[in-house]
Design a protein around this ligand. Structure first.
Ligand code: NAD
Ligand code: UDX
Length: 467
């Protein structure tokens, strides 16, 4: 079995970059990325490659190289399915907002629609690849739908979860820590696995391509995200203790991170983790554990989310308390809205929840983010349904410059660790603010002593504040 034509359903943060890199590294394979979102596909096809819908460092260049050669973006899902030997399903699997498993389980309606569409359209044998993050044993449901047509077409289901992180998607895809491929332990399953291994082997060393059974692969993805998020909640829990005891969380992180058994990565205390994956995937894990009656397992992982919610709320409370217990009518500048630097993605960004709490306290927020638009900021707040859209609009002003956003502010809060924030002329920002000028560094990116020397009342995460 030789894969020469790939179709990817879902042109989002995963489907777009992943397929662009496959196309760049495999010029002999035709890759068609399809989506039902017409605007998104138009943006991927925009003549100016800088207008593609996803901002990722290095992505525009990869798309520019492969697009029109062997990389295509289309809304014709049926045609792409029909032509392909291998179909990646890379659609969204958000937390359910209704019915059984509401606010916990993954909503698999888009996955099921894809499976039904493939079943309806396919005329020859296909490898169907789960690229989306899915609950363990989803492949069983997909297979049952695909096999239900009775038209003799054979399907092999593989699980090939994606481990890229946003903001570093292109380098993560070019130099992955590992590629994980799970498949059936039958002869046909092994052939399908080998075909997909051959695609990745065009640029990934063989020893980094790991093959497992389907269930291990599906569960490993949820597990990886749960472990990563757990590290952040663990260090954030300790950041609160540091603030009470005079220990400095950055020093604690460095001290424990040098233990090779612990490792230095993912130990940055912050205002709380965001992004479309961590919360959704842990909730899903909790739901799966509960559905098997594993209460202790479920409770254990749920605590990671509880701690993260606490960290976001704690940051907002600290701003209110420090500003003499009232922020009503006070201007608070928000530097950063994205859930991390180098992305325009705001899903589950801590900024949204901190803003929501402060608007409840009648603060006036002045927002600046290098990559996030005003429309997106308002959409994010409206999505919470805490108040009317008009009320959100009235509470938010949006600026194209951080200096303007901070002008006349009582406080500045850093929500995202954009590199440019460290290069600012903080004396100039201080000069334009109300006094005392408060600075809340939700990412510990500024030098506390330097900020205090300017005159700021500086407050980082996990350090005793200067007050
Ligand atoms: P996304 O929302 O950016 O993109 C999904 C796309 O699928 C959307 O454009 C949507 O229009 C399209 N779609 C949905 N149903 C469709 C259908 N039936 N036909 C055609 N198009 C359809 O989502 P994403 O961030 O790319 O995530 C996709 C999956 O990858 C999720 O399961 C997620 O958990 C997982 N994942 C995401 C990341 C990440 O960093 N974002 C990393 C690893 C894994
Ligand atoms: C995550 C996983 O890292 C990736 O492997 C998976 O495929 C998708 O989910 P992503 O959410 O894109 O990737 O970004 P990540 O770098 O993991 O950051 C997630 C959140 O944690 C961000 O809000 C980030 O600011 C925060 N974070 C990360 C911390 O607060 N401290 C850290 O030490 C690391």
């Amino acid at each position: 079995m030789n894969i020469t034509k790939i179709c990817c359903i879902g042109a989002g943060y995963v489907g777009g970059p992943t397929m662009a890199v496959i196309a760049q590294k495999c010029p002999h394979i035709q890759v068609t990325v399809v989506d039902m979102n017409v605007e998104r596909i138009q943006a991927w096809n925009d003549a100016d490659v800088h207008n593609i819908p996803i901002y990722e460092p290095g992505l525009a260049a990869v798309v520019a190289e492969a697009r029109g050669r062997n990389l295509f973006f289309s809304t014709d899902v049926d045609q792409a399915i029909e032509e392909a030997d291998a179909i990646f399903i890379s659609v969204n699997t958000p937390t359910k907002t209704y019915g059984k498993g509401k606010n916990m389980a993954a909503d698999l309606k888009y996955i099921e629609l894809c499976a039904r569409q493939i079943a309806r359209v396919a005329k020859n044998d296909k490898i169907v690849i789960e690229k989306s993050t899915l609950p363990v044993r989803t492949a069983e449901a997909i297979k049952s739908i695909l096999d239900s047509t009775g038209n003799g077409v054979q399907f092999q289901i593989l699980s090939n979860p994606e481990f890229l992180a946003e903001g570093t998607a292109v380098t993560d895809l070019l130099q992955p820590d590992r590629i994980l491929i799970g498949g059936e332990t039958s002869e046909a399953g092994e052939k399908a696995i080998a075909a997909l291994v051959a695609v990745y082997a065009n640029w990934v060393p063989q020893d980094k391509i790991l093959t497992t059974n389907v269930w291990s692969s599906e569960l490993s993805k949820l597990t990886a995200n749960a472990f990563l998020a757990q590290r952040i909640s663990s260090i954030n829990a300790l950041s609160e203790l540091c603030e009470k005891t005079g220990a400095d969380v950055t020093e604690v992180s460095r001290a424990i991170g040098m233990d090779s058994r612990i490792g230095a990565k993912f130990l940055k205390a912050s205002v709380g983790f965001g992004g479309s994956c961590f919360q959704k995937d842990i909730l899903n894990l909790v739901y799966i554990a509960k559905s098997y009656g594993l209460t202790e397992v479920a409770d254990y992982w749920e605590q990671v989310i509880i701690m993260n919610d606490h960290q976001k709320r704690r940051f907002a409370n600290k701003i209110v308390q420090t500003l003499y217990n009232t922020v009503a009518g006070k201007k608070i500048a928000f530097l950063g809205w994205a859930f991390k630097k180098d992305t325009n993605d705001t899903r589950e960004s801590a900024a949204i929840y901190v803003a929501d709490d402060l608007i409840n306290e009648q603060a006036e927020l002045a927002v600046y983010d290098p990559k996030v638009s005003e429309t997106k900021v308002l959409q994010d707040l409206n999505y919470l349904q805490s108040r009317t859209a008009d009320e959100n609009q009235a509470a938010i002003s949006y600026f194209d410059s951080a200096y303007q956003a901070c002008q006349g502010a009582h406080a500045v809060a850093i929500l995202t660790e954009w590199d440019e924030f460290t290069d600012y002329d903080w004396q100039k920002i201080y000069d334009g603010m109300q006094k005392p000028a408060f600075l809340f560094d939700g990412r510990n990116i500024l030098n506390a002593a330097a900020m205090e020397a300017i005159g700021f009342v500086y407050s980082g995460i996990g350090v005793v504040s200067s007050e």
